[in-house]
Design a protein around this ligand. Structure first.
Ligand code: ATP
Length: 239
């Protein structure tokens, strides 16, 4: 579904990633792992069109999307959940959710579909249902990450790009989030590209994993193969 070919992204003279290849199958969960500064966030931002690569291609369903405007990439079904979640803290949980899908609405039928998707999010994330009328500022870190994911999902994306959802969360909450990401693939047929520094958690739910170091791919294997590779784990994954 997603093919990244020989991708190079620079910030001015600084090369953040160089010659990165990545292939993601529809309905799968792929983890992008590696230490701080390895280039994970840069890769994700280049896929969603937020950064313009210096060289290489990004293809979605065989079409070149490398230089499309962000809104066109979103329309093709790509949603990006940034590292801090990006929820609007002044708005209620409900309004954040509606906002995530509002761009799809142009008529009454669309509005009904959006209401249905919001209701589905409350089923998927019951704590959000209890807090639907509260502002997002009142949520815990884990609830905010749930809201960030749910908000992206109300836009009914096919490919979900998630940047370090586990940051700052308790292990139990991380496990819940990882389980939700897995279910999105297994039950809804969505495709997930998950950037994580918490390699152990990500590998526990991923089908495949890519390990980045200094902006280059050092391994691209089945998640179980990477989890079983002591050398890779010690050198790049910190467990
Ligand atoms: P983290 O987990 O800290 O987000 P990462 O693996 O996502 O790390 P990136 O944020 O993609 O890594 O950074 C890759 C490289 O690009 C790093 O060397 C970083 O210092 C550099 N970099 C990132 N953003 C910028 C920027 N806006 N300007 C200049 N250099 C940057």
């Amino acid at each position: 579904m997603l093919e990244v070919k020989d991708l190079t992204v620079q910030y001015g003279a600084v090369r953040a990633i160089g010659g990165v290849d990545l292939s993601v199958d529809e309905g799968s969960l792929t983890a992008v792992l590696g230490a701080n500064g390895a280039g994970k966030t840069t890769l994700l931002r280049a896929v969603s069109g937020l950064l313009r690569p210096k060289a290489g291609r990004v293809e979605l369903d065989g079409a070149d999307i490398t230089r499309l405007p962000v809104e066109d990439i979103v329309r093709r079904g790509v949603a990006h959940v940034p590292q801090s979640g990006g929820v609007i803290t002044e708005l209620t949980v409900e309004d954040n959710l509606r906002l995530g899908g509002l761009w799809r609405v142009s008529g009454r039928r669309d509005r009904a579909a959006l209401a249905r998707r919001v209701a589905e999010m409350y089923e998927l994330f019951p704590p959000l249902a209890e807090r639907r009328a509260k502002t997002a500022a009142t949520l815990s870190g884990g609830e905010r990450q749930m809201l960030a994911l749910a908000r992206a999902l109300t836009g009914a994306p096919r490919l979900l790009l998630v940047d370090e959802p586990s940051l700052g969360l308790a292990p139990r909450v991380v496990a819940q989030l990882m389980a939700v990401l897995r279910r999105l693939c297994d039950e809804d047929g969505r495709t997930v590209l998950l950037v994580e520094q918490n390699a152990r958690s990500a590998l526990s739910v991923a089908d495949r994993a890519v390990v980045l170091d200094l902006g280059a791919v050092v391994a691209s294997e089945a998640a179980a193969t990477i989890a079983a590779d002591d050398r890779l784990r010690h050198a790049y994954l910190g467990f």
